[in-house]
Structures are given as C-alpha cells and as structure tokens.
Design a protein around this ligand. Structure first.
Ligand code: GUN
Ligand code: ZN
Length: 436
C-alpha cells in the first residue's frame, strides 16, 4: 500500500551500533549530508544517500525536503513523571520534603479520569514538542492515570512504557493502595496494555520507603507472571532517603539490596538517579544487567548530588537519560544533556557531543532493551525521528557559522538548544509536531 509510503530528505545523523565503551561511540557515528529515508507502514524501508535512493521513491510520493536541517532519531526519556507536569519548579526543598509538600498533593488529582485525560494530552504534546518519541513514565497510584496516558499514546501509536505507582505506606492516605489492590490493579493494566500496539507496561513501586515488604513481594510476583514487563523505581537519590531506607529495612545490606532480595533487579529494571551508590551496589547493577536513568536537571534542582556517569561507563552499567519532570526542570533532552555535561565538568570529567547524542538515542533505547526497534536509522526500525533546526536563534546562527566540525556543531546544538530547536517530530512515520 503506497499510501503509507513517505520519503524524507535532509542531513541525517545517528549512532549506528551499540557499544560498551564510550570511546567507541564516535567511530560509529554516521552523518549523511544529503540523505533519504523511505518509510513504509511506520517503519524504515530504505535509508542512505539521496543520489542512491531517489529512484526508489514511488512516483506519487511527495518528498518532504528538510535540507539545511539535521534529522536525528527521536529522543528516549528513561525517567519521567507525567502527573508532575503541573508542579515543575516548586520552590525550596530537597527530596523528602519536596514529595510531601508539592508532589503528593499534585498527584492526588489523578483519581479523576477526566483530569488525567487532559493532562495526558498535555504531557504527550510536551514530549513531542521537545523531540521525545519514547518515554518510561510514572503514573500515579490511580489506575485511571495509566489508562488515560496509554489511551493518549495509542492514538498516535507512540512507543511508550508506563505503570501505576504501587505505594502502600509512608504517604498520605489518599495516595495509598494495598499490597493486594496494587497487585490486582497492576495485573489488570498489564493485561489491557502491555504489548498493545507499541505500548509496554512497567511495574512501578514508587521507591522502597513507600512499599511494605508484602507489596514488594507482590511486585516480584507480577514480574514473574509477566516477565517481559519492566520494573521502574527510584534508587539512592538523596542521603536522607538512603538513611531512611536503611532504618526501614535493617536486615538488608543496603538500599539496592531491598529491591534485589525481592527479585526486582535485572534486564529492563530501571533505577532512577543512583547518585550515591556503594561499590557493591554498582556491582549488583552490573551483574544483574539493570539500568540507571541519569537525571541531571533533577539531581541539581533537588540538590541530590552528582551522578558518576564515568563510573557507570567504567563498570559497564547501562545508562539512559531521564528528564524526571517534575523534579527535573525541563522536558527538553538537549537541555538535559547540557546539564549532564556540567555534572561531568563538576567532577573533572567530560561528556562529548557524540556520547551525549548516543545516550539520548540509541544508548537510551539499549538501556530499555529497545535497540532492535528504535534509536537509529537502521532499516526495519520504527520511524520515530526529529528534525532539528541547528540555527533557531541569532546566537545559534552566529555560533554555528563559527563551527567547523560536526563534533562542534552537535555540541553547540546541545549546549544552546531547547524546544525552539525542535522543528518537526515524527512518530510511527507520521508528523506529530510542527514548530509554531
Ligand atoms: N522518589 C520517590 N518518588 C519520587 C519522585 O516523585 N520524584 C523523585 N525525583 N524522586 C522520588
Ligand atoms: Zn522520579
């Protein structure tokens, strides 16, 4: 059916292969200055040089011409809370006070399906206008919140992973479930949504302090019954939080051990933050094949600390980038990478432009076990991509004109870039955002 065929022309940039070492990323970077992407049924049918591919374009297909722009794979956000969009930038506290004062009251409203639907639509628009085409998302404790989000994502066939929060203690009554109800509700959501189109489910205990051991046992049971689901939670974000976990779970070796002993580590288990890991926790993440979501704007905003990305690389622990809205302060991946660079600077380390783009695209996909499906322009992958405008402001134009190498141009784009840099966003081969 040629009605579903699209042809896109422009400069394309991607990282072609997953790598273990950050030094290998640059060798796998690919720029096609005048390239062509042919899409069929939402997947990449052909990709390469315009001159080599132009004869393949069916006669009736109009070519979308983005010459002068830079087309990259859609960004992957490995940690974000959709029910915190309305409280981004709340003033004043670190994690535990911030949760009590700002977060829990905001999440309360999601027991209302209509409200959750409105906010889901808003949230997905925010992702798209920032070039993010896949996200691993926290809902609230209310199953309605997840129904609303998945309904909205399924309307554009977006690849989205989400789950209902499991939380049966140490939060206001209005946000608590029970071990049993969290199991029953999560299971119903998994059966409804996991593998439905491009949607995937994440079992989502909020963090160790808000779950009883009984609830963590139920989370394990869900994961055993549905082994292709994700596990999504928080780990070692803040020093007071870690001390609290140790007092709540004195029999465990440390914070991660609480999850590990409950069978909640492994492939597609994603732990947000990991700012203050002990050596044995790094080793456990590595040995179990677990993933870290690095959330620089959040870690700086809440004063949590500096994530050791260089250490994760050294230990070969999988890492993706997370915006962590609403402790994070932007939906925008370019700004998130910009802050990641500064987090490295503060530790006497570096983050190159190639490394940064890898983390936001193929590396993020790899960290979520999705690198066979998204993250680069390989033929057969799903056609999720962003058309970036590298000269969206006068300052960017000036700086771009003064850049000679691709490395420099990319680096300036992620340092000065923001939502104005997102010219077009495509999901499943369809145009879903145009800059106003
Ligand atoms: N730890 C437990 N819940 C949260 C949350 O909502 N945001 C952040 N940043 N950390 C958490
Ligand atoms: Zn979070």
């Amino acid at each position: 059916n040629d009605n579903s065929v699209k042809a896109v022309r422009g400069s394309f940039f991607d990282i072609t292969r997953g790598v273990d070492q950050p030094e290998e990323i640059e060798a796998n970077a690919r720029l096609i200055e005048d390239g062509l992407l042919i899409i069929r049924n939402g997947c990449i049918d052909w990709f390469g040089q315009w001159e080599e591919g132009k004869e393949r374009i069916p006669a009736e297909v109009r070519v979308r011409d983005y010459r002068g722009k830079m087309i990259v794979p859609g960004f992957v956000d490995t940690h974000i809370h959709y029910p915190q969009s309305e409280m981004v930038g709340a003033y004043g506290e670190q994690l535990l006070e911030w949760l009590n004062r700002h977060t829990f009251p905001a999440e309360r409203r999601y027991n209302d399906l209509e409200y959750a639907r409105e906010m889901s639509t808003f949230f997905i628009k925010q992702l798209l206008r920032n070039g993010t085409t896949t996200a691993l998302v926290f809902g609230t404790v209310h199953p309605e919140s997840v129904d609303a989000l998945f309904e909205a994502a399924s309307r554009i066939n977006m690849r989205m992973i989400a789950g209902k929060v499991m939380m049966d203690r140490n939060a206001p009554d209005y946000l608590l479930d029970t071990a049993e109800s969290s199991y029953v509700q999560s299971k119903a959501l998994i059966e409804r949504w996991h593998g439905n189109g491009r949607l995937l489910y994440a079992i989502t205990p909020r963090f160790a302090p808000t779950s009883t051991p009984e609830q963590l046992t139920m989370a394990r049971r869900l994961r055993e019954e549905f082994p292709t689901t994700y596990l999504h939670t928080h780990l070692c974000e803040n020093k007071d939080e870690i001390a609290w976990v140790k007092s709540l779970f004195p029999a465990h070796k440390g914070y991660l051990d609480v999850y590990h002993q409950h069978g909640l580590t492994g492939h597609n288990c994603v732990f947000a933050h990991c700012v203050h890991l002990e050596e044995q926790e790094w080793d456990c993440l590595k040995e179990t094949g677990s993933t870290i979501a690095f959330c620089p704007t959040s870690n700086l905003y809440l004063g949590s600390g500096l994530f050791k990305l260089h250490k994760a690389w050294g230990k070969q622990v999988k890492v993706g980038m997370g915006t962590d809205i609403g402790a994070g302060t932007t939906f925008n991946m370019l700004q998130t990478l910009n802050e990641a660079y500064k987090v490295m600077q503060l530790q006497g380390e570096r983050l190159s432009a190639y490394q940064a783009f890898y983390l936001a695209t193929l590396g993020g996909a790899h960290s979520l076990g999705l690198d066979e499906k998204i993250g680069s322009f390989a033929v057969g992958k799903e056609a999720d991509f962003v058309v970036l405008d590298p000269v969206a402001t006068p300052l960017q134009q000036l700086r771009y004109d003064n850049s000679t190498t691709l490395r420099d141009k990319l680096f300036v784009l992620l340092t000065l870039g923001d939502d104005r840099s997102i010219y077009r966003t495509y999901v499943d081969g369809q145009l879903v955002h145009e800059r106003g």
